[in-house]
Each structure stands twice: as structure tokens, then as C-alpha cells.
Design a protein around this ligand. Structure first.
Ligand code: BG6
Length: 467
């Protein structure tokens, strides 16, 4: 395939602090909401008991092993690495005035190491975690005060890293709060719709304030949002199914609409009105929301279907958003339906809607890997998945969509978010650790490691039209 990728395309990978770093109490770090969810992002809060460590407490020990890992990413030719800053390393409880210097110093070391290899950081301010102190003392994002605490944190890291980090993201998969309120906004799972949308509103205002701060502080800096790109198709061409699909797509596009267009769309006001949802939106909030993002980023793993037929609605719902399965698609071992063409479709939908550059900041296949007797790991299934998706990215670029880059999810095996498993692996690099926490943490190159190195080196020329 001849390359359709632009010359400065940002090839790389994406990780998140709470899924790789470990060291959950090192150098003054405070407890985050993630530290209290040893079962994953849908799990209930579990009180910490000393010595009773969840898998994330060590994760893959990136906190100590990052020099070796960055060297491996550099060997693959990464231009970009997406990671997040753990808010609790900088403000352990969340409401302190002065930041924790040891936490700031860690990210200095990390970004400096990346710079040695010319790898650009793409930094998420909040990836599925917040200081637990803010949940306990203030009720998380349900409290307006959290906007101020977040802005203070954002301004602190912009000031500190303004010469090291050019590309920023505000909240990871901001639309997930509708499905996992504790993870997203620090609210109890049984919170009412009004409470959840109020907390989401505070987060949207905080996101816009961070955008403003980034523009003020980081010279030439660009900041985007981050959506879970869960594109939905109608299961049939029945007009009611098509309309319901549009409604459900708006459940998540709403977040992009506010962040990219600078205010609440009319369809949302109707939804609030008809469902008795009360959200306090002040004139000052509306003013703040006018500060819009520079680019749209999103994750893409699967598509799903929508139907108004109740009987079909009750069929197997196995994936992250409980989508109705598509009869034309195969699924991963975790029931996530594989749809490379859906990525081209989604890129076009988002570009038509926003006319802003797009960044694919997560995509990949979670699968069980087998280490052969000779130590090799032949993950052709992962190569095929990624090849087919990247071919569709190239098609979208040819359609005229402006795509800044592609960071595959979990370039090194890490702890999965939904169930906190190690056995659901996404990496080009294998990490010796199992679900019970046994293993040497040794790193090993998989077959896909060499494949991705060739893709980057050839700027996509080595991709095959059909895997
Ligand atoms: C996204 C998250 O939802 O999907 C990541 O931003 C997560 O944090 C990824 O790891 C894959 O999900 P999982 O459950 O397979 O880890």
C-alpha cells in the first residue's frame, strides 16, 4: 500500500498512569479513586487494608522501569507517547495549595527521558482517576469547588512542563461518566441522572478552564478533549431505529459538541427538560465553555448497534457500553466486536461535525498471548487487527480527514481498566506478570513489535490492504 500518512504523522502508543506506574504510595503520592478500585473501573470502592495490594499497586512498575520501556518504544521508532499525570502525585489530597515536588520531579525525569529519543509526550490531565481526598471531603465532581482544584492542578503542570509538553488532553473518555459515575466523576453508582449531569457539567467547565490556561501558559501548546468513540449503527433501516440511533450517538457526541462548539446543544436542553434533569448552569459557566479545544481525540475499539425492538435489546450485551451486537462482525475474546471500517466511518463523522484535526489516541486488541518454548510470542491476531484499522485510517485521510496521529493502546502490556486483569494484553512488548501478580516483570518483544517498527519506519507503506 502506498503511504497516505502525512510526513509528520505522530505514530506511537498510549498508556495511563494508574495502569502502568504502580508505586501507589511512593514519593508522597496520595490515594486516588483508582487505588480504591482493585476490581477495575466498574468495581465498587474497596477500603484499603495495609499489605492487601491490588494488581495496580505495582502494575508494570513503570515508575521505576520507564527508562528501559522508553528505550523499547524508541526502538520501534515512536514519535509520540501518550501518558497521563497522576493528579495525586502532584496534589495528594487534591485541595493543597503547594504541589508535591517529588511528584513533579518524576514527570520531569519521564519527559526528559522521552526527549532524549525525540519522543513527544501527549499528556492526559485526568485518566480515570482523581484524588480520593476530593471525593471524601467534597463529594467529587458533584461539588463546584472541584473545578477550582482541577484548574489549580492544570495550571501547575502547564507551568512546570510548558517547555517539555506541547500536546495535552483534559479528561479521558469524558462520556464514560454516564456508565461509570465513580470512575468518571467520583459519584456513587446509584446517583440520580441530575446528580451525574451536574457533575459532568462541572467537569466540562473545568475542561474549558484548562483549555484557557493551556493557551495562556504553554507557548504554541495544543489541547484536545478525549471521547470514547462508541459509534452506533441502526440494527435495521426502520425509521424508529435510525432515529433512536441518532439519539444514542448524541449521548456521547454531546460532550464533543460542548467542548468543540462552546455551549450546550439544543437537543440536550430538550432531553433535560423531558427527563426532569435539573442542571445548574451559571452565566459564568456559559462564558467559560466558550473556550474550545484545538483538536478532537478519541478511543476506538468497536462499534455497536441500536434497536427499538425490546426482544433484541435483551440479547447478549457483553462489551463496555452494552451495545447490541452486530450480526456482521466477529468479536474479540472479551466480546468486543471488531470493525475496522467503523474507524473510517467514525473519523468522517467527527470531521464532518467539527472540522477540527483528529487524533486517534487509543485503538488495539486485548487478547491472551502465549509464550512459546523458545520465548517468542507470535501475535498475528494483533498484527491483523491493527493492520486492518490502520488501512482504514489511511482511507479516511484520503477522504480528506485531518488526522494528527495514532497512538495504539497499551504498546506495553498493562493492567486492563475494565476488570484490572493482566491477561488481557494489548502490547507489542510482553510483561511477565499474571492476574495474581506473579511474574518477574521482565519485558519481551512480541512479533508485533517488529511489525509496528516497520509500519512506522515506512510511514504506513508496509501496511497490507488485506491482512
Ligand atoms: C479505554 C480506557 O476505555 O479502554 C483505557 O481509556 C482502557 O484506560 C482501554 O484500558 C481498554 O479497556 P480494557 O478494559 O480492555 O483495559
Amino acid at each position: 500500500m502506498s503511504s497516505k500518512f502525512p510526513d509528520h504523522f505522530l505514530w506511537g502508543g498510549a498508556v495511563a498512569a494508574n495502569q502502568v506506574e504502580g508505586a501507589y504510595q511512593t514519593d508522597g503520592k496520595g490515594l486516588s479513586t483508582s487505588d480504591l478500585q482493585p476490581q477495575g473501573i466498574f468495581g465498587a470502592i474497596t477500603p484499603r487494608v495495609d499489605g492487601d495490594s491490588g494488581i495496580k499497586d505495582v502494575a508494570i512498575d513503570f515508575y521505576h522501569r520507564y527508562p528501559q520501556d522508553i528505550a523499547l518504544f524508541a526502538e520501534m521508532g515512536f514519535k509520540c507517547l501518550r501518558t497521563s499525570i497522576a493528579w495525586t502525585r502532584i496534589f495528594p489530597q487534591g485541595d493543597e495549595e503547594a504541589p508535591n515536588e517529588a511528584g513533579l520531579a518524576f514527570y520531569d525525569r519521564l519527559f526528559d527521558e522521552m526527549a532524549r529519543y525525540g519522543i513527544q509526550p501527549l499528556v492526559t490531565l485526568s485518566h480515570y482517576e482523581m484524588p480520593y481526598g476530593l471525593v471524601k471531603q467534597y463529594g467529587g465532581w458533584g461539588n463546584r469547588k472541584t473545578i477550582g482544584f482541577f484548574e489549580h492542578y492544570a495550571r501547575t503542570v502547564f507551568e512546570r512542563y510548558k517547555h517539555k509538553v506541547q500536546h495535552w488532553l483534559t479528561f479521558n473518555e469524558i462520556n464514560m461518566s454516564l456508565h461509570a459515575p465513580f470512575t468518571g466523576v467520583g459519584l456513587a453508582e446509584d446517583s440520580s441522572k441530575s446528580e451525574i449531569y451536574q457533575a459532568i457539567h462541572h467537569q466540562l467547565v473545568a475542561s474549558a478552564r484548562a483549555v484557557k490556561a493551556c493557551h495562556e501558559i504553554v507557548p504554541g501548546g495544543k489541547i484536545g478533549n478525549m471521547l470514547l468513540g462508541g459509534i452506533l449503527y441502526p440494527l435495521s433501516c426502520k425509521p424508529e431505529d435510525v432515529l433512536e440511533t441518532q439519539r444514542q450517538n448524541r449521548d456521547w457526541l454531546f460532550f464533543g459538541d460542548v467542548q468543540a462548539r462552546g455551549g450546550y446543544p439544543a437537543y440536550m436542553r430538550r432531553y433535560f427538560r423531558e427527563n426532569g434533569i435539573q442542571v445548574e448552569i451559571t452565566a459564568e459557566d456559559q462564558q467559560a465553555l466558550r473556550e474550545t479545544i484545538d483538536f478532537i481525540s478519541f478511543s476506538y475499539y468497536m462499534s455497536g448497534c441500536v434497536t427499538t425492538d425490546e426482544a433484541q435489546n435483551n440479547t447478549a450485551r457483553t462489551n463496555i457500553l452494552n451495545m447490541v451486537p452486530n450480526p456482521h462482525l466477529a468479536s474479540s475474546e472479551w466480546g468486543w466486536q471488531i470493525d475496522p471500517v467503523g474507524l473510517r466511518y467514525l473519523l468522517n463523522v467527527l470531521y464532518d461535525r467539527y472540522q477540527k484535526p483528529l487524533f486517534i489516541v487509543e485503538n488495539g486488541l486485548g487478547a491472551k498471548d502465549r509464550v512459546e518454548a523458545d520465548g517468542s510470542i507470535n501475535d498475528d491476531y494483533r498484527i491483523n487487527y491493527l493492520n486492518d484499522h490502520l488501512v482504514q485510517v489511511a482511507e479516511a485521510i484520503d477522504d480528506g480527514v485531518e488526522v494528527m496521529g495514532y497512538t495504539s493502546w497499551g504498546p506495553i502490556d498493562l493492567v486492563s481498566a475494565s476488570k484490572a486483569e493482566m491477561s488481557k494484553r494489548y502490547g507489542f512488548i510482553y510483561v511477565d506478570r499474571d492476574d495474581a501478580g506473579n511474574g518477574s516483570l521482565e519485558r519481551r518483544r512480541k512479533k508485533s513489535f517488529y511489525w509496528y517498527r516497520d509500519v512506522i519506519q515506512s510511514n504506513g507503506n508496509s501496511l497490507k490492504d488485506k491482512a
